[in-house]
Write a protein that binds this ligand. Structure first.
Ligand code: URA
Length: 436
C-alpha cells in the first residue's frame, strides 16, 4: 500500500495490516517516508488508536529496524525494568544491582532526562570516569561479570523509534497509548530481554496523571509485550510527590548510595524498589512468589551484596574503584547549599511534583532540548514526604545551586510546588495496582 493510503486508512478508522505497518517502519528508518507523512500517521493514530494486533506489529517492526541483542553466553535469566518516568525516581540505581546480586542479568539501557523528569543516564554520568556509552564488547563483559550494567542507548537499537519519537515530540503526538507502548517496548525487545517489569508512574509528576489513563497504559504495555513474546508485568505507582527525598543528578546518586549501604533509606522509595525487585525475581523464575522475592531482595541489601555489585559495575565501567566507600569524595557538589523554609506551621499536604522537576531543570539539572548539557551538582535534597509536620522555620528542602540568583528562584518555585495546610492529609498508597 502507498504511504498515503496507509495514512488514509488509519485516518478513517480502518485497521492496518502487519505488512503495511512493516513497510511504513522501513520507510521511517531509511528516510523514504517524509517527516510530513510520519507526522500525519502519528496524528491519525493519536485520534483513531490502534488494535492490540496493530500495536504488536508496530512494536515488532520497530524492534527489527536495527540491531537485536541476544545473550547466549549468560547462564542467568535476563530481566530488566522500565519506568515511564518521574521526579526523584532513582529506583534503577538500586534495583539493577539488587536484582543482579540475587542472580539475574540486568542489561539496563536507560535514557536521559527530558522535560521535567530525570534520566538515569544523566545520574550515572555524574560519577567521574563512568562510561555510560560503552561499546558492545564492554557492555556485554560488564553484564557478564557484575551481573548488571546501566548504560545509554548505544549504536543501532530500534533506530525507527528514534526518528518517530523526534517527530512525535514536535507534533504533539507523544501522548498516545499505542505509540508510547510501541516506543518503549521496541527498545526493550531489541535489548534481548527474557522478561520485563514496568513501573508505570501515575500522578502530577508523571506522563499519566490520572489513574484510568495510567491503568490503560499499563494494560497496553503488558498485553503488547506478551503479544510480542516477552513476559511482562507492571506496577502502577504513585508520582504525586517525589519518590526519593532528593531530585537532581549527583544528589540522587548520593541518595542511592546511602540506600545501598544502609546509611539512609527513604521509605516510599524502599517500598517501590523492593516490590519491583520481587516482580523481576518472580519473572526470572528465581523465586516462587513476591514475598520470597522481596525477602531475597532485602537480604541482598542487608548482606552488602547489592552494594558490592553496584561498586563492581561502576569500577568495570571506568568509575572509581571504591565509589560507595565515600561517594562525596567523587561527586561534584554545588557551591551554594541553603535551605528553603516552610514559612508557616502545618503539614505538607501535597506537591506539584512537575513543579519540583521543573525547579531542578531551572537550576540546570535537567534539559529543555535534547543534547543540552546538564549540571550534575545542582538539585534538591531533604524533600519532606506528604504528611510531614512542619513549623515556620522547618526546612522543606535543601537547594543545591550554582549561585545566589538560582537559589532565590528555586526557593520561590519550591514554595509554590509544596502545599502546606492546617490538617494532616489522609495517608496514601505508593503501589496503586498490578497488571499481568
Ligand atoms: N518513553 C519512550 O521511550 N517513548 C515514549 O513514547 C514515551 C516515553
Amino acid at each position: 500500500m502507498l504511504t498515503q493510503e496507509i495514512i488514509r486508512t488509519k485516518r478513517d478508522g480502518g485497521k492496518l495490516e502487519p505488512a503495511d505497518i512493516a513497510a511504513f517502519v522501513r520507510g521511517l528508518t531509511d528516510g523514504s517516508v517524509t517527516e510530513g507523512q510520519v507526522a500525519a500517521l502519528a496524528m491519525a493514530i493519536f485520534f483513531q488508536g490502534m488494535s492490540r494486533e496493530e500495536a504488536v506489529a508496530l512494536t515488532l517492526s520497530m524492534r527489527d529496524s536495527g540491531e537485536v541483542l541476544s545473550w547466549p553466553e549468560l547462564d542467568r535469566p535476563v530481566v530488566d525494568k522500565h519506568s515511564t518516568g518521574g521526579v526523584g525516581d532513582n529506583v534503577s540505581l538500586m534495583l539493577a544491582p539488587i536484582a543482579a546480586a540475587c542472580g539475574l542479568a540486568v542489561p539496563m539501557i536507560s535514557g536521559r532526562g527530558l522535560g521535567h523528569t530525570g534520566g538515569t543516564l544523566d545520574k550515572m554520568e555524574s560519577i567521574p570516569g563512568y562510561t555510560a556509552m560503552p561499546d558492545n564488547a564492554l557492555f556485554r563483559r560488564v553484564v557478564g561479570s557484575a551481573g548488571c550494567a546501566i548504560i545509554g542507548q548505544t549504536g543501532n537499537l530500534a533506530p525507527a523509534d528514534k526518528r518517530f519519537y523526534g517527530i512525535r515530540d514536535v507534533t504533539a503526538t507523544v501522548e498516545s497509548v499505542p505509540l508510547i507502548t510501541a516506543s518503549i517496548l521496541s527498545k526493550k525487545l531489541a535489548a534481548g530481554l527474557g522478561a520485563l517489569v514496568l513501573d508505570v508512574k501515575c500522578g502530577n509528576g508523571a506522563f499519566m496523571d490520572n489513574p484510568d489513563r495510567a491503568l490503560e497504559l499499563a494494560r497496553s504495555l503488558v498485553e503488547v509485550a506478551v503479544g510480542a513474546g516477552m513476559p511482562t508485568t507492571a506496577l502502577v505507582t504513585d508520582m504525586n510527590q517525589p519518590l526519593a527525598s532528593a531530585a537532581g543528578n549527583a544528589v540522587e546518586v548520593t541518595n542511592a548510595a546511602d540506600f545501598l549501604t544502609g546509611a539512609a533509606r527513604d521509605s516510599r522509595l524502599q517500598e517501590v524498589t523492593l516490590a519491583l525487585a520481587a516482580e523481576m525475581l518472580v519473572s526470572g523464575g528465581l523465586v516462587a512468589g513476591p514475598d520470597e522475592g522481596r525477602a531475597r531482595a532485602l537480604a541482598a541489601l542487608e548482606d552488602g551484596s547489592a552494594a558490592e555489585t553496584f561498586d563492581r559495575m561502576v569500577r568495570e565501567l571506568g568509575g572509581p574503584k571504591d565509589f560507595l566507600a565515600d561517594p562525596g569524595r567523587h561527586l561534584d557538589s554545588a557551591p551554594v547549599v541553603a535551605d528553603c523554609l516552610a514559612g508557616r506551621d502545618g503539614y505538607v499536604t501535597g506537591y506539584d511534583t512537575r513543579g519540583i522537576g521543573l525547579c531542578v531543570v531551572a537550576l540546570g539539572g535537567g534539559r529543555t532540548r535534547p543534547g543540552d548539557p546538564v549540571d550534575h551538582a545542582v538539585g534538591l535534597t531533604g524533600l519532606l514526604p506528604i504528611g510531614a509536620r512542619v513549623e515556620k522555620d522547618t526546612a522543606i528542602a535543601l537547594v543545591h545551586a550554582r549561585d545566589d540568583n538560582q537559589l532565590a528562584a528555586a526557593r520561590d518555585q519550591l514554595r509554590l510546588a509544596v502545599r502546606i495546610g492546617d490538617a494532616p492529609p489522609k495517608p496514601s498508597q505508593v503501589i496503586l495496582s498490578r497488571q499481568d
